[in-house]
Unconditional design. Structure first.
Length: 195
């Protein structure tokens, strides 16, 4: 089983997470931010990742540290669970429609963490979640997972729908990229011989 478990404690957050790449989409998520719980639960379900995420953050300030630090830890979990990356598909992409929204996510498990974001998200609050935090989460995730991640919207008006479609699309793209391809068993998917 490709699994990882990490804890991260700072003056702003206390995080414990466990991830299984080869799961069934089961999740137990508690961040104190309702909308963010919904997004992480959707991420696990649609990527078929098993995720246990217990996050305590300085919500008396706002949700920024909670969301960003959760992205750091989740990215680190993916990096750890992938191990030496031998046999993985490496690339994944999807165009995901959801209601009036259409979002594309494409990922390369390249070892070079970077986010390319072209998502037009209306500014505002979704419960206690500032919509600008979606980008902050994915920056932290991509950087710490060591993946090149593109997220782009082609249509959409409702902020809840746009962000939810992004989490689902990234989950599906990550699931494709993390999948084991039996044809390349034991081999790194790189002509350089390194990722």
């Amino acid at each position: 089983m490709r699994t990882a478990e990490l804890t991260r404690t700072t003056k702003e957050t206390d995080i414990r997470m466990r991830l299984s790449l080869d799961g069934s989409g089961a999740s137990n998520v508690n961040t104190g931010v309702g909308f963010f719980d919904h997004m992480l639960t959707a991420f696990a379900r649609h990527g078929l990742f098993d995720l246990d995420a217990q996050v305590i953050g300085d919500l008396q300030v706002d949700a920024h540290h909670t969301v960003e630090d959760a992205g750091i830890v989740l990215g680190q979990l993916f990096s750890c669970a992938l191990g030496d990356k031998r046999g993985i598909t490496r690339f994944g992409s999807i165009i995901l429609p959801m209601d009036e929204v259409c979002v594309m996510a494409a990922v390369d498990i390249s070892g070079r963490g970077q986010l390319h974001w072209a998502l037009d998200v209306p500014s505002g609050m979704l419960g206690s979640f500032d919509t600008s935090l979606a980008k902050e989460f994915f920056i932290a995730f991509a950087t710490n997972a060591g993946v090149t991640l593109h997220v782009r919207s082609f249509a959409g008006e409702n902020a809840h729908h746009i962000i939810e479609a992004a989490f689902k699309a990234v989950a599906r793209a990550m699931a494709q990229a993390c999948a084991i391809d039996s044809r390349i068993e034991g081999v790194l998917p790189s002509t350089k011989g390194a990722l």
